[in-house]
Design a protein. Sequence first.
Length: 296
Amino acid sequence: MATYQAIATDYDETLAHDGRVDQPTIDALLRARAAGLATILVTGRELADLLNTFAQPAIFDRIVAENGAVLYQPRTQQLRMLSSPPPPRLLERLAAEAVPVSVGHTIVATVEPHEHVLLAAIRELGIEWHIIFNKGAVMALPADVTKATGLAAALDEMGLAADRVVGVGDAENDQAFLGMCGLSVAVANALPSVKAAAEMVTKRARGAGVIELIERLLERSADVVHRGAANHRAKTEGGPVAMNTTRFPAGRGGSQSPSCPRCKRADSSDEESQTGSSARWFVCNYCGMRYTSPKS
Ligand SMILES: [Mg+2]
Ligand SMILES: [Zn+2]
């Protein structure tokens, strides 16, 4: 019988809803740890952004950030960069084209529909980078960086094998790490493609789905620990689910400060123009996205 040693979970729209994790979800993760399961967060967010948003990082044994480029151990605050910074030419090119970006240690993040400009820049510069989607978010990274490579680095540090890990997620960029786990789980609000590939689909959405998963793991209920039965459940329970595809509050009202294209908050700081261009740039105080005001 398979026994699992760790749970690896995505953050946004898996644990969290609109960036926030409910206390019952945190409590479930703490129960999992108390029962001996290691906890690993695998997020596309930049680490600083995550730590600004989520106040309890120490409930995780490891945090994989920037979609696999950064590995962090909350209790020791040890930080490992798993890849190199973006080529300056790429950033210059995106700034020249007024693409809103947030730049981490490695990751270059933007939002749809700017993937077209991003892809054209990668092609024309001849750099070996790829584009990964996370619902409406767009991330560019070196071609060899995914959530799977980040999780592999975390497991290597912890001395754990991937087939002893339960992975749970909701979006395109989770497929890579879900595929390497001993049990792959999609929350009820996951994209249809993610549900189709997962071995189990939770009945409930987001954090409630993670609670459901942890409760089943702790009960060692047979349909979770046996892969075959889990596959069966995924097929029988993975039917039509009302999908909430509204990811962001609608509308960027008529306020003076344009809202952030990524998190939609209208809480930004003006950035001094460094290029002498007439465009007015803003930096989102919430998520760090750098963007220009719409042309008037
Ligand atoms: Mg997600
Ligand atoms: Zn923002």
